[in-house]
Design a protein around this ligand. Sequence first.
Ligand code: PLP
Length: 283
Amino acid sequence: MKVILNGQLVERSEAKVDIEDRGYQFGDGIYEGFRIYQGCIFTFDQHIDRLFDSAELIDLAIPYTKEELKDQLTELITANQLGDGMIYLQISRGTQMPRNHVYSPDNHPVLMATSIAAPRDLAAFEKGLTAITAVDDRWLHCNIKSLNLLGNVLAKNQAAKAGADEAILYRDEDHVTECSHSNVFIVKNNTLITHPANNLILNGITRQTILKLAKENKVAIEERVFSLTELKQADEVFISSIMAEVTPVTTIDGEMIGTGVRGPLSTELEQYFIAEIEKTCGI
Ligand code: PLP
């Protein structure tokens, strides 16, 4: 298994990072996840653009051009003969000694990328998942795809301990934001509603693709804040991420959502999504 470390394809077992790396000590860095369908990186440019946007927001200069990075990731897919899967890429602000909150302009960012095989589970997208609600106590820069994921990790584990698949987060009872590692949409009276893209959510690439497809297909859309009551009384609820695509939520805090099975708009949007993959990846 090959990975990328600082521009080089190396064996996984040979890829080592310094213990004084700022990513390790401070979570000082950013990451990105890419979905691969039969060797094709879906919405590649949007993910690369989001990575560079996150880098800029934390004042980190990526030492490669977008094209160089795209070439490296394409080589990784070829080297690992990846079919359906994902690439995890992270860039930290590099090694700095002694440990210091103030970062130095002399640091060399450390970039690594790994790939994993992950077949598409269309049956899981149809069956849906269960969720709990949890307080969103993360910081106020959730638009940055930062390595600091402790708030997300704790929320996801709160869900796991409750026997649920995902945690839907809220700032207060009138303000649902997103999930621990996905975005959330509700459907009410055939209108698709999701939190606006601001500093309180990560603007998922899947979220953006779904909104684009909904618009093209004349689905009514509202990008606005909604409450816990609206969430639980919605006709349909679904989450989105590169791995989940459009996955319905069938129960929240043990309460059934809609009819408890994938609703008509969730089904329709997943079909548009599949068509988009086929169109852009030629599969
Ligand atoms: N929101 C959070 C907090 C996430 O971590 C993720 C994915 O990692 C998403 C939303 C969904 O983003 P995407 O559709 O780009 O996978």
